[in-house]
Ligand binder design. Sequence first.
Ligand SMILES: N[C@@H](CCC(=O)N[C@@H](CS)C(=O)NCC(=O)O)C(=O)O
Length: 203
Amino acid sequence: MAKKLHYFNLNGLAEPIRYILHYTKQEFEDVRHGFDMKKEVKDKLPYGQLPIYEEGERILTQSLAIAKYVARNSDLIPVDPWVVAVVEGAAYTIYDFWLKIVPYVKEQDPEKKKELKKHLLEETIDFFFTRFEKHLQENGGYFGGKLTWVEFILCGIVEASNLFLDTELEKKYPAVEAVVEKIRNLPGVKEYIEKRGPYVIDQ
Ligand SMILES: N[C@@H](CCC(=O)N[C@@H](CS)C(=O)NCC(=O)O)C(=O)O
């Protein structure tokens, strides 16, 4: 059945899904929409937002649900129900962090944007990342003791945050940095990154 992932030409919320699809060797169409997405296209999205994932006639929304779905049938889904819940908890916390970045991304006023960036770089990142660091260090470098779909989410959100904040936030957090490096060098992911090259945004 034809698989399609729709998103913008950006890492954002779709890159972890792209990474999982490449790592698990699934063929899919990587559909990239312009930021000036036409109203006719937006109106066809179930909740007006991207990413969406299609399999034949069926459509999935919500990036975390899509990531978990495309990781099924692979070694990226934990078996123990407790670990399933632990890694999902980590995913929701990674998104709690991302939701602190979004107002900065959307802010148009240069002065306000500067203030928001300062707060993110000086406080918010450290609040979350010292805790991610501790969680990873206490569990052998992974949220649930071994590699799961949630490390892909962490890597993607670090990369998206770096892109918008023009930083390399993982550099201060060795266990987080190790996860990011691990994901980027996985078979399938490494070749995809080399092929697509870096993302660029207008600041
Ligand atoms: N909770 C949703 C959030 C989706 C979302 O915020 N999508 C943004 C891009 S990252 C979007 O489509 N923005 C365009 C719009 O809202 O018009 C998910 O995780 O998929």
